[in-house]
Design a protein around this ligand. Structure first.
Ligand code: SF4
Ligand code: SF4
Length: 255
């Protein structure tokens, strides 16, 4: 079986330096600046909650509802861990944004040809044998990256070695499990983590049932989506041709 990778985020060790945010923005060619919440130019943010610094990012769910809600398969769970997004397939319906229980995906509302943006766990870097940019940048070992087995072992080691940690790894069971694990010395509920330990059912099960019960909605929705697809593709073509035209004008002006 292919190795599965994961991130371990240690809330107790995080010093709030935001190096993870900056590294993420640098590898994505976004402006390097702190943003209060996730945005299409901030795929991870460090937020102060319950007196601690808590990173927010895509959880890379084991059974992601964003992928199950996407009618064209633009989002998919990769066998090695990350949930990735294919902009070429996306029709801009934004079902993923509604479906995500962690309110992660963001949309490029201000762009002419908008796409969905979210953390992809540096999938291309991971394929090249590298770690994620956020883990590489963290000076406090508060974000670490490795195989799922290694990250779980590291998490249990930290919990064993220091009894002040809440003796629980968030992400092993919640909503069917994730590929981002958290450990903390403050109860997760007090840090605003949702869902709680009671919510252990993969939400995909619920979306599948809802879809199964509403065939008419799916049929009508399918026609609307086909229309949306055409409009989105057309919008992308127009945006591209406008950009080309602009470049040609600039070239002429610059000579
Ligand atoms: S956290 Fe949301 S966007 Fe990320 S994999 Fe899970 S459902 Fe998808
Ligand atoms: S780089 Fe590490 S220590 Fe700094 S804010 Fe991010 S997780 Fe916390």
């Amino acid at each position: 079986m292919e190795k599965q990778f994961a991130l371990l985020i240690d809330v107790k060790s995080c010093i709030g330096c935001q190096a993870c945010e900056q590294a993420c923005q640098t590898v994505h060619n976004f402006p390097v600046q702190h943003e209060a919440d996730l945005s299409y130019t901030a795929l991870t943010v460090v937020q102060e909650k319950g007196g601690r610094n808590v990173r927010k990012l895509c959880m890379h769910c084991q059974d992601p509802t964003c992928a199950s809600a996407c009618p064209v398969g633009a989002l998919q769970k990769n066998s090695f861990g990350p949930v990735t997004y294919d902009a070429d397939k996306c029709i801009g319906c934004r079902y993923c944004m509604v479906a995500c229980p962690y309110s992660v995906p963001r949309y490029e509302w201000t762009k002419l040809a908008p796409f969905v943006k979210k953390c992809d766990m540096c999938a291309e870097r991971v394929k090249q044998g590298k770690q994620t940019a956020c883990a590489e940048a963290c000076p406090a070992s508060a974000t670490v990256f490795g195989t799922r087995t290694e990250m779980l072992a590291e998490a249990w080691k930290r919990l064993r070695d220091d009894p002040s940690y809440v003796q629980r790894i968030y992400g092993t069971e919640e909503l069917g499990g994730t590929s981002v694990f958290y450990i903390s010395d403050v109860e997760f509920e007090k840090l605003g983590f949702k869902p709680t330990s009671q919510d252990r059912v993969p939400l995909r099960t619920l979306t599948a049932t809802a879809m199964g019960d509403a065939p008419m909605v799916v049929t009508v929705g399918g026609s609307i989506l086909a229309g949306l697809y055409w409009v989105t593709q057309r919008r992308k073509e127009v945006a591209l041709s406008e950009a080309l035209e602009r470049d040609q004008k600039n070239d002429k002006g610059g000579r």
